[in-house]
Design a protein. Sequence first.
Length: 404
Amino acid sequence: MTSASLLVEDSRDYLSPRQVLVGDGSAARLGDALRTWGVADGAVAVIADRAVVNFGVADPVLNSVAAAGLVAHVFADIEGEPTVDTAERATEFARGLGAAAIVGVGGGSAMDVAKIVAMALGSGTEVRECLGIDMPGRTVLPLALVPTTTGTGAEVTRVAMLSEDGRKVISSHRALVPTLAVLDAELVRGLPAGVTASTGMDALAHAVEAFLSTNRSALSVEASLRAVALLRDALPRAVADGSDVPARRATLYGAHLAGLALNAGVVLGHSLAYTIANRAPLPHGVTCGLALPYCLAYNAVADIDGVEDLALALTGGRSARLLDAADWVAELAAQVGLPTSLGAVGIQATQLTDMATECIERYPRANNPVPFHHAPLTRLLQALHTGDLAAADPKHLYLEESNA
């Protein structure tokens, strides 16, 4: 039960898709749904992960579009971490079709590119004019997003991430929240264990970090807690046995709820994850899984209303302490086969000071409950380098503060 004081708050935005098709087989309804949202006869540009197309996972979407009398054209040249160049090529593909709507099918990479394409075409602009935050005068073509992984929550968020010169670049705009989202567990049944683990940890990071955010609302908090409850039990089961259909549904729905919680934004964990990714080419969910326990430890000193609810949700009711919750997250990451230290992914101890600087300068988070300071962040990264979560206890991190 969340604290009653969360219901009295400053004004917040809470964005969500205008329609969500949910349940097994829901992808078959996508074409008709596009019609009801005013998509006339013509081309639909489908932006999809290549594996999703090659293995037939996108077929229910493509068949649904065709059954509604629309013509699907597929762009499937999407890499694991899409670049600005990829988004520009996808945009030219869709523009050449005169696309009436954009459909993204796949993981976060495909859906993020689809968002950028929809904005570039809807606004009559180029991709680079779609990068930034709350750009004026931006609109999108009708946009439908269909996740085939269980982690990013990209089908509900206002954010799209691309890479350029090895660095992350962002587009953040309320218009990027799609018209339609589809949650069809039949599309995630064949997800490999490693992908299930990494995307699931990404979803858990979204739920947890959004709860910690000072921009949270009563709605985002409830989405966070429900997402944690679903993912906590279902993620290990889905990794261990991909044929466990209830676990697949729960991870898909948990990731979606975690995406809704992202109305509050992420905090330190994602800043750490980006600095890790800039030095080690790892899936985003792997870097989030590395960072999340240490994000919890760093913020354990904060006075966060209702944080006991988060700790209890993470630990299955065993503890209301955030440090115990951090321990549980680290154990989960190890259980699902993800690395638990920077050393294990090839990052050197000599890089840690620069990583702390990069967190502060390149990825600041004004909504993190504890301000970013270089000395405690460096100590936090030192603990993460060896995987020694006990060394990330606040009594070790905040030496200057305790001696003041």
